[in-house]
Design a protein around this ligand. Structure first.
Ligand code: SER
Length: 571
C-alpha cells in the first residue's frame, strides 16, 4: 500500500464511522505558548473543553506536525521533525470501547497487520490518577493475552496538555513488534525498550482532565478521545521497511545518520518555508535556520556539492505536491529561501569550524562569550556549537552564552538611544505617532494577509515608518488599500493606547505579540490599542489614536526573500 492509500484509507475508515474529515491546520500554532503545531488535537483544543464544534463531535484528520523535541533522536529508524499525524477525535461522544475496537479493526482489517505483532501499553496509575483498568479489560476481551499488555507510568502513558494548559489524560498505546526477538540490553524487552524492536505506532488519549498552569488536574465535564498515529511509522510497518526513511514518503533510502538528518531536515525546512517562515534569529525563523544550517553542516561532512539542498527540496515537493498543494504553489519562495540560507552560511561555515577547532584545542569546554562569537561572527546557532562540542566530548556554557547575547543587545540599544537622544521634542512626538501607527498597521496586515505576518524589522524616523514583515507575495493594490482603510478606521475610532508593565511570560499568555523573543527583559511593557492590537514594545506612543492624522502607505517592495517592506507616513 502506498502512503497515499494509507492516508486515504484511514480518513475514509473513520468517515464511515461517522467522522467528519477536517483538513490539516497550519504548522504555525494558534496557541501563543507553543511555536508549532505538534499534534492533531491542537486545532480542536477548545472542543475538548466543551465549546461547540462546527464539525460535529466526531472528526478525523491527517495533520502536519513539526516537533523539535525529538531532534536528538533523528538518525534512528523512527524519529522525525516533520511528520503527519493520523487521528480520530471524539468531543464528548464515544470513549474507550469504540476507539480501541476501531483501532484494532483498522490495523488488522485495513492495514492487514498481524494481531500477534501488536503489543499494548496502558496507564498503570499513580497517586493522583487511578490505573486505567477499563482499557486493559477492553483489550483483553479483544483477545490480547496478559503478556502483551503492560502498564506504564505518566511518562509513557499520560498525554498532554499541549502548551501551558488544556485537556489531558491517560493513554493506551499500540506498539508494533518489528523483529519478534528480545534484545540483549539486560532487562526485559518490552514496548518502550530503547533497542528499536518495538515501533510506537498509535497513541489513544482519553481526555478526562484539565491541567492548569500550576499543573493541577481537574476532571473535565465531558470526556474525549484524541488519537494520533504517525503516518510515516505506519507506512514503515505496512510497507515492511526497516526505517521510516525507506518508505515512499522519502525519495531515497538514507542509511547513515548524517544522510537521515539531511533527509529529515530538508523536508522540515520545505514545510516550514511553505508556511511563510523565513530563517531568522527568533522563534519559528530560528528553528528553520537551525535545521537548515545543521543540514548544511552535515552536507559538508558528506562532501556534498554546492547548493545540494535544492534538488532534495524539489524531491520533497514532488512527493507532497498532491496532498499539500502549498509546497508546489510556493516552490519558488521555498527554493529561494533555502538557497539564500545555504549561500549565506556557506561563506562563514568553514571559517567558523576552524575557529571552533582552535577554541577546543585551547580551552576544551566552550565559554559563553566564545559561543556568542561563533553565533555572531559565523552564524553558528547555539545548538550547532553544542553539537560540535558534544562530538568531541565537551560542553558549552549556555548560561554564559545567553548573558553574552543580553549584554550585546544592551550595548546596541544604548547606541540607538544615544542616536535618538539628539532629536527634539517635536520630532519625538512625530516618531511616537508613527510608532503607534506601526502597531495598527501590523495588526491590519495580519487581518488582511493572515497570521503568518510577523514583524521582521522596523525603522522609524520622525518623517516616516519602515516596516519589514514575513509575507511571500507582492501585496496587491487592493490589499494595500484594505490595510490603509483599517488603520484609518482605527484612528477615527479614537482608541485609547494603554501601557501595562508585566512579566514577559504573562504578556505572552495574554496574547500580546512579541517579535524579538530573546531580546526581551523579564519585565516588559505591553501596549494595547483598544481591543484591536496588543504588542510588547519598548518605544514611546501617543495616548489616543485620533492624534495620528491620516495614514498612508507610500511604498511596497521586496526586502529579501519572503520579506516585504512597507513605507508609510502620517499626513
Ligand atoms: N495528542 C496525542 C499525541 O500527539 C495523540 O494524538 O500523541
Amino acid at each position: 500500500m502506498t502512503s497515499k492509500e494509507i492516508r486515504n484509507k484511514f480518513l475514509r475508515f473513520f468517515e464511515k464511522k461517522g467522522h467528519k474529515i477536517v483538513p490539516s491546520s497550519s504548522l504555525l500554532s494558534t496557541d501563543p505558548s507553543v511555536l508549532f503545531t505538534t499534534a492533531g488535537m491542537q486545532q480542536f483544543k477548545e472542543y475538548f473543553l466543551g465549546e461547540s464544534s462546527p464539525y460535529g463531535n466526531r472528526v478525523t484528520s491527517s495533520q502536519k506536525c513539526f516537533r523539535t523535541s525529538d531532534i536528538e533522536e533523528i538518525g534512528d529508524t523512527t524519529h522525525l521533525t516533520f511528520l503527519e499525524m493520523l487521528g480520530n477525535f471524539s468531543f464528548g461522544d464515544y470513549f474507550k470501547k469504540e476507539s480501541i475496537e476501531w483501532t484494532l479493526e483498522f490495523l488488522t482489517k485495513v492495514c492487514k497487520l498481524k494481531k500477534e505483532k501488536l503489543w499494548i501499553t496502558a496507564f498503570k496509575g499513580d497517586k493522583e490518577v487511578p490505573e486505567d483498568k477499563e482499557s486493559r479489560e477492553i483489550w483483553r476481551k479483544l483477545g490480547f493475552p496478559e503478556n502483551r499488555i503492560y502498564g506504564f507510568s505518566r511518562k509513557d502513558n499520560f498525554w498532554g496538555p499541549t502548551g501551558e494548559q488544556g485537556p489531558c489524560g491517560p493513554t493506551t498505546e499500540i506498539h508494533y513488534d518489528s523483529t519478534g526477538k528480545s534484545c540483549s540490553l539486560g532487562k526485559k524487552c518490552l514496548p518502550n525498550c530503547r533497542c528499536g524492536r518495538f515501533v510506537e505506532l498509535w497513541n489513544l488519549v482519553f481526555n478526562e482532565f484539565y491541567q492548569d498552569k500550576d499543573k493541577k488536574l481537574t476532571p473535565l465535564k465531558q470526556k474525549g478521545v484524541d488519537t494520533g498515529m504517525g503516518l510515516e511509522r505506519l507506512a514503515m510497518v505496512v510497507q515492511n521497511k526497516a526505517s521510516v526513511f525507506e518508505t515512499d514518503l522519502f525519495s531515497s533510502t538514507p542509511q547513515a545518520k548524517a544522510e537521515r538528518i539531511i533527509a529529515d531536515h530538508i523536508k522540515g525546512s520545505v514545510f516550514l518555508a511553505s508556511e511563510g517562515i523565513i530563517p531568522s534569529n527568533v522563534e519559528q525563523g530560528y528553528v528553520l535556520r537551525r535545521i537548515l544550517r545543521r543540514a548544511i553542516r552535515y552536507g559538508k561532512i558528506l562532501k556534498m556539492p554546492k547548493n545540494f539542498l535544492i534538488p532534495l527540496a524539489q524531491k520533497v515537493i514532488e512527493i507532497y505536491k498532491d496532498v499539500y498543494p502549498e509546497v508546489k504553489s510556493k516552490e519558488t519562495d521555498i527554493l529561494t529561501i533555502i538557497q539564500n540560507e545555504e549561500e549565506k552560511f556557506e561563506k562563514t561555515l568553514e571559517r567558523g569550524l576552524k575557529e571552533f577547532d582552535k577554541l577546543i584545542s585551547r580551552n576544551k569546554d566552550i565559554k559563553g562569550e566564545q559561543a556568542f562569537d561563533l553565533y555572531q561572527s559565523y552564524g553558528f546557532p547555539l545548538e550547532l556549537t553544542e553539537e560540535l562540542a558534544k562530538e568531541k566530548g565537551f560542553k558549552v556554557d549556555k548560561k554564559g552564552f545567553e548573558k553574552a547575547i543580553k549584554k550585546h543587545q544592551e550595548i546596541s540599544r544604548a547606541g540607538k538611544e544615544a542616536k535618538f537622544g539628539g532629536i527634539g521634542k517635536e520630532a519625538g512626538l512625530e516618531a511616537a505617532k508613527l510608532h503607534t501607527a506601526t502597531h495598527l498597521m501590523h495588526q491590519a496586515l495580519r487581518e488582511v494577509l493572515g497570521s503568518h505576518v510577523k514583524q521582521m524589522g522596523s525603522d522609524i524616523t520622525p518623517k516616516r515608518l519602515r516596516f519589514d514583515f514575513s509575507h511571500s507575495a507582492k501585496m496587491t493594490e487592493q490589499e494595500i488599500n484594505k490595510v490603509e482603510k483599517i488603520v484609518n478606521q482605527k484612528i477615527k475610532q479614537d482608541l485609547e493606547v494603554k501601557k501595562q508593565e508585566m512579566l514577559y511570560s504573562d504578556a505572552i499568555k495574554s496574547g500580546a505579540l512579541a517579535f524579538f523573543k530573546e531580546k526581551y527583559p523579564e519585565k516588559v511593557s505591553v501596549y494595547s490599542i483598544g481591543k484591536f492590537s496588543k504588542e510588547i514594545c519598548a518605544g514611546s506612543h501617543v495616548k489616543r489614536t485620533s492624534e495620528l492624522g491620516k495614514f498612508k502607505i507610500i511604498k511596497e517592495e521586496s526586502s529579501s526573500a519572503g520579506i516585504r517592506r512597507l513605507r508609510a507616513i502620517l499626513e
